[in-house]
Every structure is written in C-alpha cells, then in structure tokens.
Design a protein around this ligand. Structure first.
Ligand code: DAH
Length: 344
C-alpha cells in the first residue's frame, strides 16, 4: 500500500471515530474539547496526520490534502449541528426530545360512570320490554307528592327535604312523578323506565349528595301480580349482577305502593383464584305494587289494572359494581377519577 493511501485511510478512520464521539456528546464544553483534539492547529490529530505529508511524493500530496480538508469540513459541520441540537433541547426545558416517541393521545372524554350504569340498566330492562320515559326536574307539588298518594302534611313529604322554587314548583325529590305523567298520557300496557336527576336538601358526604340520579320503573297492565313483580326484579338482578344473584324483598312503606318492599341483592363474587363467595345482602331499590289511589289519580281504572313500580339509585349501584367508596367522587369532576371509566 502506498503511503498516501495509508494516510487517507487513517483520515477516514479518524473521521468515523470523531463523528461517533460528537454524537455521544451531551454538552457544549465536551464538543469544544473534541474540536480541539481533532481540529486543533498545533496538536490536533488531523494536523498530526498531515505532518506525514512531507514524506510523500509531491504528486501524491494533493490527494491526501483534499481528503484532510473533506474530513475537517465534515467534522466541523457535525460539531455545529450537535451544538445547535443541544441548545434546542436546553430551550425545551432540558428534556431530551425523542422524536420516535408516539404522540400522547388526547383524552376526548367518556361517559360519566353514573351514565354508564344507567345505560347498562336501561339496556337490561329494554330486553325485558321496557322503554325509556322522562319528566321535568322542576315539578309541581301535585306530581311530586299529592298524585303519589302523599298529602303535603304526610310525614313522607317531610322526609324528603325538598328544594322549593317559586310558584308552587320544586326540584323533584324523586323520579316517581314520571309514573303519573306516563299514566296520564299512555294507556296500559305500560312498561317504562325513567332515569333522571333528583334533588333534596341533603348533606354532602360519602353517602349523601343533594343531587343524585334515580331510575324509576313502572309496569301497569291487566292481571299484573306480585309474582310478575318478583320475577321481573329477580331476572333483572341475574342479568345485571350475574348468574347466581338472588333478591330478597323486605316489607317497607311507601305512600305510592301497597304492599311496599325494599329489595336487596346477594351476588356471587368470583375470586381471582377461581373460587366463589357470596356477597352480603345489598339494598338496591324501593319498590312495590302500585297503590290503587295512584292509578286513579292518573285516570287509570284500578279495578281493571294493577301494576308494580320501583326506584333505584344508579350512583349506589355503581359504588357496588366498581367499588367506589364515596358518592362525592361522582361530582368532583376530577378527570383522574372519571377517565378510569372511559374504556369500560
Ligand atoms: N321514590 C322513592 C324514593 O325516592 C323510591 C321508590 C320506592 C320508587 C318505591 C318507587 C317505589 O317506584 O315503588 O325514595
């Protein structure tokens, strides 16, 4: 190999080594020391190689000189680009920008967990023949209480510590008034569900909020008995809480039903190891056979028709289903909580 070819090869190897060092360098001082060590006029490594030029045949010198200039230029440019890059990174808050990183997805929002529960419940009852109904949140005393067999001086009216508006209106304290509105406008057979917000002058703590969602159900037809009532709710419980779920009807009192019951469910809980266990009884709704007085106040012949009704709190059902410990989480509007339900 001629001496000239040897020098050109040395220059190329030096270039490769230098470029690699530049790429690894993380600060401006480091770049400066690389510049001095390779490009320095007196002690630089390129100058060192060029010192060998003297021993070459004059005809070969230009070739080596040209290669040396090319390597100098390439290194100079690499140093400049790296310097610019480090400065830009620093401006970006010292963070190293990794352009290969996929962009962070914007969270475009999702259904509120209570809305999800309502939708799930409505879907199940749709399968049992129910349609959706709605009524106003600003109600009259007549629909909220009187038509539901609850005289205004009845203790049950006091119990729901109501928020009154002007002119005899109030924020409905339950979704039951929708029962009356539906019966006024539709002839039996009736099978409706009425989800919506209700309002009470309540405390704001883990288990109470002054505004919350309810889901009302109403069935009215000829020949509806307590058997239909129990069977419908037992089937609902199995479809929502899983096979093996059981219901229990405890005697209770509501002015608009007779007899009245509180309905509890017990569900089968599947543990990660495959074994199962039964939950405690959990109260999920108030319910009962529609009081004849309620049918009559909505203009339905109570000799011919009977029915059952129920009212549940989707917020409470969501607490059970998702293990939510505090009702206020639903209303805090904290996306760290809400987005956990986005994909469900
Ligand atoms: N309206 C009742 C409440 O808010 C719940 C309820 C109980 C609804 C019995 C009903 C029912 O339809 O039959 O506490």
């Amino acid at each position: 190999m001629s001496r000239a070819v040897e020098l050109v090869d040395q220059l190329k190897a030096l270039e490769a080594e230098a470029l690699e060092e530049v790429a690894r360098q993380e600060d401006a001082e480091g770049l400066e020391s690389i510049r001095i060590s390779y490009l320095g006029r007196k002690d630089g490594r390129i100058s060192g190689i060029l010192r060998g030029l003297g021993g070459l045949d004059p005809s070969e010198r230009p070739r080596v000189g040209a290669e040396a200039n090319r390597v100098k230029g390439s290194l100079q440019e690499a140093l400049e680009r790296r310097e610019e890059r480090l400065a830009a990174d620093e401006e970006a808050g010292g963070a190293k920008v990794d352009l290969t990183l996929p962009a962070r997805q914007e969270w475009v929002g999702g259904r509120h967990p209570v809305t999800r529960v309502v939708d799930e419940l409505v879907e199940i009852f749709r399968g049992l023949g129910f349609t959706r109904a709605r009524g106003p949140e600003a109600e009259s005393e007549w629909y909220n209480f009187v038509a539901l067999n609850t005289p205004l001086d009845h203790p049950a009216a006091d119990e729901q510590d109501t928020l009154y508006l002007k002119g005899g209106y109030l924020l409905r304290s339950h979704t039951s008034p929708v029962q009356v509105r539906v019966m006024e406008n539709h002839k039996p057979p009736i099978r409706v569900l009425a989800p919506g917000m209700v309002y009470r002058r309540d405390s704001y703590d883990a288990t109470h909020t002054p505004a919350f969602a309810q889901l009302e159900g109403l069935v009215v037809d000829e020949g509806i008995t307590f058997v239909d009532f129990k069977a419908t709710l037992a089937e609902f419980a199995r479809r929502y809480f899983g096979r093996g779920a059981r219901v229990r009807f405890r005697p209770s009192f509501f002015p608009f039903t007779e007899p009245s019951a509180e309905v509890d469910v017990k569900r089968v809980v599947h543990r990660p190891d495959g074994s199962t266990e039964e939950s405690d009884w959990l109260e999920i709704m108030g319910a009962g056979m529609v009081d004849p007085a309620v049918l009559e106040s909505a203009g339905i012949d109570s000799e011919r028709y009977t029915g059952f009704a129920f009212g549940m709190g989707p917020g409470r059902i969501g607490m059970l289903k998702y293990g939510i410990p505090d009702l206020r989480l639903y209303l805090d509007n904290d996306v760290r909580f809400l987005r956990q339900f986005a994909g469900r």
